[in-house]
Design a protein around this ligand. Structure first.
Ligand SMILES: Nc1ncnc2c1ncn2[C@@H]1O[C@H](COP(=O)(O)OP(=O)(O)O)[C@@H](O)[C@H]1O
Ligand SMILES: [Mg+2]
Length: 271
């Protein structure tokens, strides 16, 4: 159905369509192009989060949509975190773009598109604001909202937990998971990931792995990653990630050998 009026998303989101099919689902390529080319109408600081990131209003004349603006780009040879002192600490917008690209390579579809663009003169990761957001995981837990399909929700969380081990994300706090109205989980904020370490936080608490995700992890290769994640992730960061990938794949292969495929692998429905 063609809509000629401006439709404002519920929950006060900007997300307005002018003369467009409201049911149209944008492709990754369309969203990337939009983020790169749409006019930035305004940029306002967000009141949540720790890095003082911002929310921008964009328009290409047809679609109005919000985007998240992250400019943090810090390197410290040593940095005190809540988990102790971290050597070669990085907190960078570049990893938001890299995590999205990795999601794209593996066709996970759980990270909103993110591109590099200068916003108000600063290099930034400009990320598609998740459509139809309902709440963050933090809000869900605080308000004790139960997912309508707890098993399906857990299966999404297993993907998040395996992905965080793959990229060695040190900051999956509950504000970094956004839930949309269809109960899709979206991973955001990967500025503290891609650590150069081949040690793997324990996998034993993750009972299952999504079938296509495991297959996609198996297929990751150094040459493609070096090409696709450049210049946001270094070659040594990629080598470490592939070493962790090997450990993850070995772990689930052993689980399959011991318990059978049906007990370990599952399929998430397409979104
Ligand atoms: N792409 C996005 N879509 C929807 N909400 C987002 C998006 N990016 C950020 N947010 C919201 O903004 C908050 C802060 O953004 P985040 O990237 O986590 O910054 P910080 O590094 O300050 O934690 C998030 O907890 C989330 O509520
Ligand atoms: Mg955050």
């Amino acid at each position: 159905m063609k809509r000629t009026a401006i439709l404002l998303c519920a929950l006060g989101g900007w997300c307005a369509l002018v003369g467009e099919d409201a049911s149209h689902k944008y492709t990754r390529a369309e969203m990337e192009k939009y983020l790169l080319e749409a006019k930035i109408l305004s940029v306002r600081p967000l009141s949540v989060g720790v890095t003082n990131s911002s929310k921008a209003k964009l328009s290409d004349g047809t679609l109005n949509h919000d985007a998240h603006v992250q400019t943090v780009d810090i390197f410290k040879s040593s940095f005190a975190t809540s988990r102790g002192n971290e050597l070669n600490f990085k907190d960078t917008y570049k990893f938001n773009i890299a995590a999205y690209r990795l999601d794209k390579i593996m066709d996970l579809g759980m990270i909103p598109p993110s591109v590099e663009r200068k916003v108000e003169g600063k290099n930034s990761a400009l990320t598609w604001w998740v459509d139809d957001t309902a709440m963050t995981e933090e809000e869900r837990v605080k308000q004790n909202v139960q997912p309508p399909n707890p098993a399906g929700w857990n299966q999404q969380m297993y993907v998040v937990r395996v992905f965080d081990q793959l990229i060695f994300n040190t900051d999956r706090n509950l504000g970094n998971l956004v839930i949309d109205k269809k109960w899709n989980a979206w991973m955001i904020d990967h500025t503290r990931a891609f650590r150069v370490t081949e040690k793997l936080p324990t996998l034993t608490s993750i009972p299952q792995c999504e079938r296509k995700f495991l297959a996609a992890m198996r297929k990751l290769d150094e040459a493609t990653l070096n090409e696709e994640l450049k210049p946001y992730v270094s070659k040594s960061e990629i080598k470490s990630m592939l070493a962790r990938r090997d450990m993850i794949v070995k772990y689930f292969d052993e689980q399959i050998a011991a318990k059978g495929e049906a007990a370990v692998l599952y399929d998430l429905p397409p979104r």
